[in-house]
Design a protein around this ligand. Structure first.
Ligand code: URA
Length: 204
């Protein structure tokens, strides 16, 4: 993927990027959302996890992966002995996209235009953190990082190398696991845990 960045993002450190992203207007998602949810974690993390977009809880709190998907992720990390505090967690799209149904806000998938508009922030985070490994949760994140040819059922768990030499892979999204019917949920969760197992050697 080409490392194109807007002038505002180029060369900034993460705190500068976070401040700039807070007033991003590069796509319409900022308007109904509560706030930009930027990435969080050590600025020199060895592992970066990339999700799709903030959900309802993340939009309200301003922090990535704090809602139900984040709790499932926590469970997987705990099981694998990976300390979440060592990871840099972010999303391909940094505003919550939703539809209103009555009082409820229902998650709606970001479109390619949203992902493309937001990509400079993600690339700038990758450049600043310079992780050894990038793990993409779900197809949207994996396409944002590894390119539009990424196919989750075919490429899940397979290592890719970016132009700058960073390695990574895509796996299923914790929200997808949560959407499975009860009888299938454990098997879906196992896919996630099995793929994330590859991180155990990188987590210190
Ligand atoms: N789902 C995501 O992809 N990211 C979050 O931060 C929360 C839920």
């Amino acid at each position: 993927i080409p490392l194109r960045q807007p002038a505002t993002a180029r060369g900034d450190d993460l705190d500068g990027l976070r401040t700039a992203a807070a007033s991003c207007r590069q796509c319409p998602l900022w308007e109904p959302a509560t706030q930009t949810v930027f990435g969080e974690g050590p600025h020199d993390a060895q592992i970066m996890l990339v999700g799709e977009q903030p959900g309802d809880a993340e939009d309200l709190s301003g922090h990535p992966f704090v809602g139900p998907a984040g709790q499932l992720l926590n469970r997987a990390l705990l099981e694998l002995g990976i300390d979440r505090r060592t990871l840099y967690l972010t999303n391909a799209v940094k505003h919550f996209r939703f539809e209103r149904r009555g009082k409820k806000r229902i998650h709606s998938k970001p479109q390619v235009t949203h992902i493309n508009a937001c990509r400079p922030w993600l690339l700038a985070e990758i450049e600043q953190v310079s992780p050894k490994v990038i793990v993409c949760l779900g197809a949207s994140a994996a396409r944002a990082v590894f390119g539009s040819g990424f196919n989750l059922s075919r490429d899940r768990g397979r290592w890719h190398t970016l132009e700058d030499g960073t390695r990574g892979f895509g796996t299923v999204h914790p929200s997808w696991v949560l959407r499975q019917e009860v009888g299938k949920r454990e098997a879906a969760y196992r896919l996630l845990v099995d793929d994330l197992m590859a991180l155990r050697t990188h987590s210190t």
